[in-house]
Design a protein around this ligand. Structure first.
Ligand code: FVH
Length: 286
């Protein structure tokens, strides 16, 4: 069993501390608003009187607060108490913010792991939770058993910025899926049809089937070559079928219109015989 401190006891920090307690780790907690620590202390956590005391109490110090500016304030307050510790920052931010914080923490004599939590608080400690880490690989290997308490723990290497990058890229994929769902739901509802039945019986299996195309599209994006596998881009934009349907049903087309605009641009650029994945060339030029 390891000793772990959790700094920041919002919805996520509380779930993290609870998972540590459930796994039997010695868990010290600190929160800016002290009363939020009370339920955890009742469940067996130790209360720290300051962030420095929390840092000094454990081998692994987990930060989970609102933003990086808050983490900087807390690291400044802990200072020397962090020497020799492993700082695991599970606060959301950008890759550059992660790298900057990593440098600061290393300068204090601590190891740094950045983490991206791909879960909501209720999922923490369950197999479906995924937490991405990057930064000190030795720190990840040395504390893998503790980190596994939160969910599946995946280390992405030494660049502290890699975990937040992948975190945001995964969220991007998720929001794209939700955008498609929202448009589908609006169309089906506009026809007076059963959105729930449509979603459960048809949309979810359809999306599952379509995810099978992603590995090949990813391979094409990696190579920069986009042979069409039966459904070329010119065919997909030959008619403005989705726009026409939206207008006929009184459903706004503004959500997916930018995607179709890019597809048409790609065709206009002479790539109509290629596949959809070629749109990535309009989003990013290597
Ligand atoms: N909740 C979620 O679904 C997502 C899942 C993915 C990861 N995120 C990120 O986790 C970070 C914390 O999120 P949270 O859900 O715990 O957020 P809150 O419940 O709002 O709690 C915020 C805590 O941060 C403390 N805090 C804020 N500012 C400061 C500061 N300047 N100094 C010290 N602590 C600060 C706040 O303290 P208090 O208001 O209770 O005193 C809470 O403990 C976040 O990065 C998500 O993006 C969650």
């Amino acid at each position: 069993m390891s000793s772990v401190s959790v700094v920041g006891l919002g919805a996520m920090g509380t779930a993290l501390a609870d998972a540590l307690l459930a796994a039997g780790h010695t868990t010290t907690v600190w929160n800016r608003t002290p009363a939020k620590a009370d339920p955890l202390v009742e469940r067996g956590a130790r209360r720290a009187g300051s962030v420095a005391e929390a840092a000094g109490a454990a081998e692994v110090v987990v930060f989970c607060v609102l933003g990086y500016a808050d983490v900087h304030t807390l690291v400044d307050a802990a200072q020397d108490a962090l020497r020799g510790r492993v700082v695991v920052n599970l606060t959301n931010g950008s890759p550059d913010e992660a790298r900057e914080l990593a440098d600061k923490v290393r300068a204090l004599g601590a190891e740094y792991l950045d983490g991206g939590i791909m879960a909501v608080p209720a999922m923490i400690g369950r197999p479906e939770a995924l937490v991405l880490y990057s930064g000190s690989t030795p720190a990840f290997e040395g504390h893998r058993e503790v980190l596994k308490v939160f969910g599946r723990a995946v280390c992405l290497g030494d660049d502290a910025g890699r975990a937040p990058l992948y975190d945001l890229a995964l969220l991007t994929g998720m929001y794209g899926m939700f955008a498609g769902f929202l448009q589908s739901a609006a169309l089906v509802r506009s026809a007076g049809a059963d959105v729930e039945e449509f979603t459960t019986a048809l949309l979810v299996p359809w999306l599952h089937a379509m995810t099978g195309a992603l590995p090949e599209m990813a391979a094409q994006a990696a190579k920069g070559a986009y042979p069409a596998a039966g459904s070329n881009l010119a065919m997909q934009v030959a008619h403005d079928a989705l726009g026409d349907l939206g207008r006929a049903q009184g459903v706004s087309t503004e959500l997916l219109a930018p995607l179709f605009e890019l597809m048409r641009r790609r065709v206009a650029d002479g790539h109509g015989d290629e596949g959809l994945a070629g749109v990535v060339e309009l989003l990013h030029r290597p």
